[in-house]
Design a protein around this ligand. Structure first.
Ligand SMILES: NC(=O)c1ccc[n+]([C@@H]2O[C@H](COP(=O)([O-])OP(=O)(O)OC[C@H]3O[C@@H](n4cnc5c(N)ncnc54)[C@H](OP(=O)(O)O)[C@@H]3O)[C@@H](O)[C@H]2O)c1
Length: 297
């Protein structure tokens, strides 16, 4: 198999991030090493994990156990809400860095806003700014920040986030968040980029994989629906982080740099937005409902 090389996107601080990475949400720790190894073999150079996924250690082991130099792999992870607060978040960096077995994390982001305790969210972000100034991380950002959360953060922050990782697939595109991101030079990174949330969670809309517009576009290009959705996200300038534990799908998902969707095909997929999110409402995220201890390294 020939490894595919991924184009890079420049973040607002000049750091470059591979446009496509492997997501490992819901990848069990015991399957994570193999998934990351398969991804590195296929050409991925960007892995998106999180303290809350419980598999940072295995992500690190796969990277260190590979023939690829650590410096060539962009490692992104997330601070969980239970570790928000200035000192707590500085310590959470140490936990993640030790589990990943790295000196420096390429991109460290806040996993969620905590709307009911936004002061803690701001303190956590201030810790990210310190980690950035100290060279412990190369870039900082946020995830699941809606317009109101981002606006409040931008009013307080010294460093504009480099990335806002949000649910973004054909059935839920969040144009308001995307345009605020763009206005401030924040890269929108799409989670569930092939609509994973629409088919692994019971919802009231069907799977993006079975969508007829996406299916027809896939047929036209001789590609899979997943490849069409990833291409659509990339052509919009987003970073995409598809998850799979299956080597064949991992390889399929990166094979998206040798075809192009037409303007009409892009517009037809844009028109599939239902405005209904698959994931939890960011405002429903509270420490009471979602808090849980992130173990020490
Ligand atoms: N910040 C956040 O709050 C947040 C939330 C959710 C996700 N994320 C990040 O975003 C990443 C991706 O999101 P996601 O995992 O929710 O959804 P996704 O990548 O859109 O979809 C993943 C699902 O699609 C399947 N799949 C993968 N490739 C496929 C293909 N080519 N054809 C058919 N099915 C395929 C996977 O199953 P198999 O593994 O069995 O192949 C899995 O069930 C996560 O892993 C995580 O890193 C972040």
């Amino acid at each position: 198999m020939t490894a595919i090389s991924t184009p890079l996107l420049a973040l607002n601080n000049g750091v470059e991030i591979p446009a496509l990475g492997l997501g490992v949400f819901q990848t069990p720790p015991e399957e994570t090493r193999d998934a990351v190894r398969a991804a590195l073999d296929a050409g991925y150079r960007h892995i998106d994990t999180a303290a809350a996924y419980g598999n940072e250690r295995e992500v690190g082991e796969a990277i260190h156990g590979s023939a690829i130099d650590r410096s060539e792999v962009f490692v992104e992870t997330k601070i969980w809400i239970s570790d928000y607060g200035y000192d707590e978040t500085l310590h959470a960096f140490e936990k993640s860095a030790r589990k990943l077995d790295v000196e420096q994390i390429d991109l460290l982001i806040l996993h969620q806003p905590l709307p009911s305790a936004f002061d803690r969210t701001l303190e956590a972000y201030r810790a990210l700014e310190t980690l950035l100034a100290d060279g412990k991380v190369r870039a900082i950002g946020v995830s699941n920040f809606m317009v109101e959360h981002l606006t409040e953060l931008l009013a307080q922050a010294t460093v504009v986030p480099a990335v806002n990782q949000i649910e973004c697939h054909p059935y839920f595109q969040q144009p308001d968040v995307q345009s605020l991101d763009a206005k401030h030079g924040i890269l929108t990174q799409a989670w569930s980029p092939i609509g994973g949330i629409t088919f692994y969670r019971d919802g009231d809309h069907g799977s993006t994989l079975d969508d007829s517009v996406i299916g027809a576009t896939a047929k036209f290009h001789g590609r899979s629906p997943a490849q069409v959705m990833l291409r659509w996200g990339l052509q919009h300038g987003r970073s995409v982080i598809p998850k799979s534990t299956k080597p064949s799908r991992i390889a399929e998902n990166i094979a998206v740099f040798d075809f192009e969707l037409s303007d009409e095909q892009m517009t037809a997929i844009d028109a599939l937005d239902t405005g209904r999110r698959g994931g939890p409402e960011p405002d429903a995220i509270t420490l009471g409902a979602f808090g849980r201890e992130i173990p020490e390294a």
